[in-house]
Design a protein around this ligand. Structure first.
Ligand code: SF4
Length: 120
């Protein structure tokens, strides 16, 4: 969970850039990509890390130590009621069939049940 850290424009820009690279960016490349000096980049990364927005994982590139910076993904809790049509749970939850969503009778039946349930 992210902590309450105030981000400035450079922090936001860096975070947005990192979000566009879900596999992460090496810190040794990041400061060049963002056209800032390496010390400024380190400060920004530290701030984002303190805010719980990114992780830093030590790695090596061409024998030199650097860090892989990756955005922390937060998943919001899903309301389990969304998987229910009345008392029937969506069939996909326990399905072992080869999936063909467009032609699935089980899913079609469940959707009808959902519609009838919402009409009641
Ligand atoms: S759509 Fe049908 S086949 Fe695909 S996972 Fe759901 S129940 Fe199974």
């Amino acid at each position: 969970m992210s902590k309450d850290v105030e981000l400035n424009e450079a922090d936001e820009k860096t975070f947005a850039y990192l979000k566009g690279h879900p596999k992460g960016v090496l810190q040794s490349d990041l400061w060049k990509d963002l056209d800032v000096d390496s010390r400024t980049c380190s400060r920004i990364i530290k701030k984002l890390e303190d805010a719980g927005l990114v992780t830093r994982e030590e790695t090596k590139k061409d024998g030199t130590r650097t860090f892989l910076i990756t955005v922390v993904h937060t998943s919001e809790a899903v309301n389990p009621a969304l998987f229910m049509a009345g008392q029937t749970i969506i069939p996909c939850v326990a399905c072992m069939e080869e999936c063909t969503v467009e032609h699935c009778k089980m899913l079609e039946d469940w959707i009808y049940e959902l519609v009838f349930d919402e009409m009641e």
